[in-house]
Design a protein around this ligand. Structure first.
Ligand code: FES
Length: 216
């Protein structure tokens, strides 16, 4: 019998002890993988629809008219704007600056926090612009700086145009230089989806007041 056992080991077979080691090792590896997966699942933030950090789906009739005053969405912490610099309606609010070679058209969702030191700015109807109460920064309807001390354009969230049953994305904000551009809504758009978990930092552009020589 002893000779038979030696010859089985010599032939490369797995002993009972080795087999138990393998099972034990595999169990440990499986447990570690499951624990890591659970940890990642808990660490990745999860947001519900309609909660800041998640998505907001709005019927198209909540969109403001072209170049009209922005619509305030406090739960999502954004302003919804509808821009068209080729449209004379509301041109006192939205206009093309001297260094902008192409018209600005489409829908954007603008984060409600000032890019200077984080105060909450407001839309001031009588002045047709956003103004920050803390240090006086001013922004055009699309969020571009009119006056400092804000260092850059207001941040934006990703916007998608959805069809009637919300199953199809018809268009979404393009990224240019890592900043969301206004999205032009295709025919058939019935809903807008704003993703407040997808924010892009506004660029530093020349102050608009410097073109008119009206900077304070
Ligand atoms: S925080 Fe808005 S201007 Fe300073």
């Amino acid at each position: 019998m002893a000779n038979a056992a030696v010859s089985a080991g010599d032939s490369g077979g797995v002993t009972r002890r080795e087999f138990l080691y393998y099972i034990w090792g595999a169990s440990i590896a499986l447990f570690a993988a499951e624990s890591a997966g659970l940890l990642v699942w808990f660490l990745i933030p999860k947001f519900r629809e309609g909660e800041f950090g998640g998505t907001f789906t709005l019927p198209i009739d909540e969109l403001p008219e072209v170049n009209a005053e922005p619509v305030n969405k406090p739960d999502g912490r954004f302003w919804l704007v509808n821009l068209d610099t080729t449209n004379p309606n509301g041109s006192e609010r939205m206009y093309q600056a001297s260094d902008e070679s192409a018209p600005i058209q489409g829908v954007a969702a603008i984060y409600k926090v000032c890019t200077h030191l984080g105060c909450i700015y407001s839309w001031i109807p009588v002045n047709n612009r956003f103004e920050c109460p803390c240090h006086g920064s001013k922004y055009r309807l699309d969020g571009r700086r009119i006056e400092s001390p804000a260092p850059r354009t207001l941040d934006r969230f990703k916007v998608q145009a959805l069809n009637e049953d919300q199953t199809q994305v018809l268009a979404e904000s393009d990224l240019v230089n890592d900043f969301y551009q206004p999205v032009v809504l295709p025919t058939g758009t019935a809903f807008l989806r704003v993703d407040t978990g997808s924010k892009k930092t506004g660029p530093s552009q020349t102050l608009i007041c410097s073109f008119t020589g009206s900077c304070p």
